[in-house]
Design a protein around this ligand. Structure first.
Ligand SMILES: [Zn+2]
Length: 152
C-alpha cells in the first residue's frame, strides 16, 4: 500500500480526514460564538481522531477543535511520530488557521505535519513548521541538562 499523499489539496487521501472533521464540527459546543470548528488527525496505521471546539461560559476555558483531537489521540495511545496529517474545517468565508496555542500543541507531537484548512469551497495546505517556525519543543528543555558552556 502506498504512503498517503498529502502534497496536494485535492488528493483523495484527504477525503476521510475531511469527512471526520466535518462530522466532529457538527458536534461543536459553540453557543457563545456560533463559530463551529472541526478537526481530524490521521495517525500512522490509519486511525483518525477527531475533535470539535468546546466553549465554556467562562470563556478562557474554551478548548479548540485541534487540541481536542490531539487530546483524544493521546488518550488512545498516540506517540511522537504517529501524526501524519491534520484537517481543520469551518463554514467561515475565510479559511481558519489554527490559533497560536494549537500551533504549539501540534509542534509537541509533530514538528512537520501537513495541515489542510478547508471550508465548503476552498482548501489550503500548510506545513505546520511554516505555521510555527522555530517552535519551542521538548528538545529545548533537554538542553538544560547539557553541560554549561565554559566562559559564559
Ligand atoms: Zn486553537
Amino acid at each position: 500500500m502506498a504512503d498517503p499523499d498529502f502534497s496536494r489539496t485535492d488528493s483523495p487521501d484527504w477525503d476521510a480526514l475531511l469527512a471526520a472533521a466535518w462530522a466532529a464540527r457538527g458536534n461543536a459546543h459553540a453557543p457563545y460564538s456560533g463559530f463551529r470548528v472541526g478537526a481530524a488527525l490521521l495517525l500512522r496505521g490509519g486511525r483518525i481522531e477527531a475533535g470539535c471546539n468546546v466553549e465554556n461560559a467562562a470563556y478562557p476555558l474554551t478548548v479548540c477543535a485541534e487540541r481536542n483531537a490531539i487530546g483524544a489521540a493521546v488518550a488512545r495511545g498516540m506517540r511522537d511520530g504517529d501524526p501524519l496529517a491534520l484537517a481543520i474545517v469551518t463554514e467561515a468565508e475565510t479559511l481558519t488557521p489554527p490559533c497560536g496555542g494549537c500551533r504549539q500543541v501540534i509542534a509537541e507531537f509533530a514538528e512537520r505535519l501537513p495541515v489542510l484548512l478547508a471550508n465548503r469551497t476552498q482548501r489550503a495546505l500548510h506545513d505546520s513548521s511554516d505555521l510555527l517556525p522555530q517552535a519551542f519543543t521538548g528538545r529545548n528543555l533537554h538542553r538544560k541538562n547539557e553541560e554549561p558552556v565554559q566562559g559564559v
